[in-house]
Design a protein around this ligand. Sequence first.
Ligand code: APR
Ligand code: PHB
Length: 394
Amino acid sequence: MSGERVAVGIVGAGPAGLLLSHLLHLAGIDSVVLENRSREDVEGTIRAGVLEQGTVDLLTEAGVGSRLHREASFHRGVYLRFAGATHHIDMQELTGGKRVTVYAQHEVIKDLVAARLAAGGDIRFGVSDVALEAIETGRPALRFTSGGEPRRIECDFIAGCDGSHGVSRHSLPAGTLQRYERIYPFGWFGVLVEAPPSSDELIYASHDRGFALVSTRSPTLQRMYLQCDPGDDVADWSDDRIWAEFRVRLETRDGWAPIEGPITQKVIVGMRSLVHEPMRHGRLFLAGDAAHVVPPTGAKGLNLAVADVRLLARALASFYRTKDESLLARYSDDCLRRIWKGQRFSWWLTTLLHRSDSDTAFDRRRQLAELDYITSSRAAMTSLAENYVGLPFE
Ligand code: APR
Ligand code: PHB
């Protein structure tokens, strides 16, 4: 068995793992990234697509923002649509210049993979059987199989960036983590549509029949979502049924309708809010979806992952520079303050816009009153805006 050594062993080549590896490289710290999927798979999986201003600024400062600045769509805000009318929330004006950036997660991943490989970074795609060892000692290690061969890499630290179904979190002794969870009684039916954009900015619609969202991917490819039953089968949703539902949920009194086109992908995603605390155990640090998951309504998942690894890279850089462990000791608490605000916002926007079977007529009238309040009070609008474009990094 080969024995190797690296400063930081990273499990998972999602946004969290790749950005961490890149930020560590900028600080002169070596790392290895272990990923069980292929590069093609990782770069091709369609996920969310909205970046907070702080995420864009961080990617830019880290030298991985040039394609983003050429190809992303930059929006002033979003539209809220309910009761047959559309209301613009001008987030740029409300937050002193912060914008909504629409750039797909897998494009961020492609940019990060390219930057790591160009700098000679070590990403091992397609490995299997990743296992974490001795995380409570000063010499933790990653064991895995690569090309049929067993391997072991000794590290100073391990970063568990392997998403909600990864192995890292399960390597902690039982009873170490506190789990906070809420499951929602609805899911999102997501489609990719070959058509020009229906709107210049995203539309979040609340309708008696449920939520709908109009997002975009490019001038020729659109992303749209419908609230559905999480137990629905994609096969039960014909293109005709999907378009009929979009037309109804998005209709306005002045006759707006989405531009239709061939649907090239259909997926159903469940919705939950989940936090595991603390995000550190011994020499293992959890980041991103490995520690916490949000429902997609506020588009916070990727942004929270980025905020975690920003702090982790800083804490590790400070440790290697001065042997000072204080930022590492604070890592979990520092992350969780932002995570819980992101959880609150994602929960709030989800419950504001979706219909639940247990909702009464009173609940619907209350939702509509809140939407009316948000779109007519500058204070309420600013609260939505500052959370959506991203609260400042502390
Ligand atoms: N071994 C190696 N790699 C693994 C393992 C494992 N046992 N388990 C999972 N992985 C990989 C996954 O294949 C994936 O590429 O870890 C990566 C985790 O990436 P993400 O799930 O994207 O998580 P994260 O980097 O935290 O980014 C969070 O992703 O899920 C979205 O909406 C979420 O936008 C958010 C963002
Ligand atoms: C997306 O484009 O995938 C998207 C946009 C906004 C959201 C969630 C997802 O709130």
